[in-house]
Structures are given as structure tokens and as C-alpha cells.
Design a protein around this ligand. Structure first.
Ligand SMILES: [Zn+2]
Length: 127
């Protein structure tokens, strides 16, 4: 297996999700039927951001997690169909499902008012 093959797999994965740099499909919670975003509402960004591991009803205290590299950028919180937030700690709010509160599915830095990041790996992409 060469690196090219790995890249092809990643590319195919994104082709299913991305169209013209935006989300091709609806974006759902992974655990419940809640719709987070409608198609073409978010911009694909490659960026390294740390997120705590997923769990139900997360708190925003420092804890174990992982650095993720692919995010949907949304610039206006009213673009979201449904979205919940954790309390702000050190200017960071984590984004969670508004219905089942699973998360964090993304992150918002309150010093950057127009940057809401949703991790591609933590949401479901489907028509
Ligand atoms: Zn949910």
C-alpha cells in the first residue's frame, strides 16, 4: 500500500461529503435524528483543533481528547438548524447536539465571533 492509495481513500470520502468546498449533504447528529446543518451551509476547512473525546453531556473542563484536522466552518450561529453549547471556559464553548447533548461535535472560540467549527468525523453526512 502506498501513500497515494491512502490519499485516494480520503479523497473519495470527501467527495461524498464536499461539493464546491461546501457540505454536499445534510449534517446530522451521529446518535439521534437531529439535523445540525442543511446542505451548502458550511465551508470545509483543514485546521488542527483539539476536542475532548465524545460523550453524553460533556463538560468543558480540560480532559483527554484528540486533535482533529477536518472541520466545517460556519460563520453565523443562526445558520445551524439545531445546536447546543457547553458553558464557556477560557473563551471556549464546545458545540453539542441540541437534542441528545452528545458531544463535543465542534468548538467555538468566543473571541472569534464568526468561527464555529464542526468536526467532520463527529457528525453524520446523509441526504
Ligand atoms: Zn443528538
Amino acid at each position: 500500500m502506498s501513500e497515494a492509495n491512502v490519499d485516494d481513500v480520503a479523497k473519495n470520502k470527501y467527495e461524498m461529503m464536499v461539493q464546491d468546498g461546501k457540505n454536499r449533504t445534510k449534517i446530522y447528529c451521529q446518535r439521534c435524528p437531529s439535523i445540525i446543518l442543511l446542505p451548502q451551509k458550511a465551508i470545509m476547512k483543514e485546521k488542527e483543533l483539539f476536542l475532548p473525546h465524545m460523550k453524553k453531556k460533556p463538560n468543558a473542563a480540560p480532559e483527554d481528547g484528540e486533535t482533529l484536522k477536518e472541520f466545517w466552518l460556519v460563520e453565523d450561529m443562526f445558520t445551524f438548524e439545531n445546536l447546543g453549547f457547553t458553558n464557556t471556559v477560557d473563551n471556549i464553548k464546545y458545540l453539542i447536539c441540541a437534542d441528545c447533548e452528545v458531544g463535543p461535535i465542534g468548538v467555538h472560540d468566543t473571541r472569534q465571533n464568526k468561527h464555529f467549527y464542526i468536526a467532520l468525523d463527529r457528525v453524520k453526512h446523509a441526504d
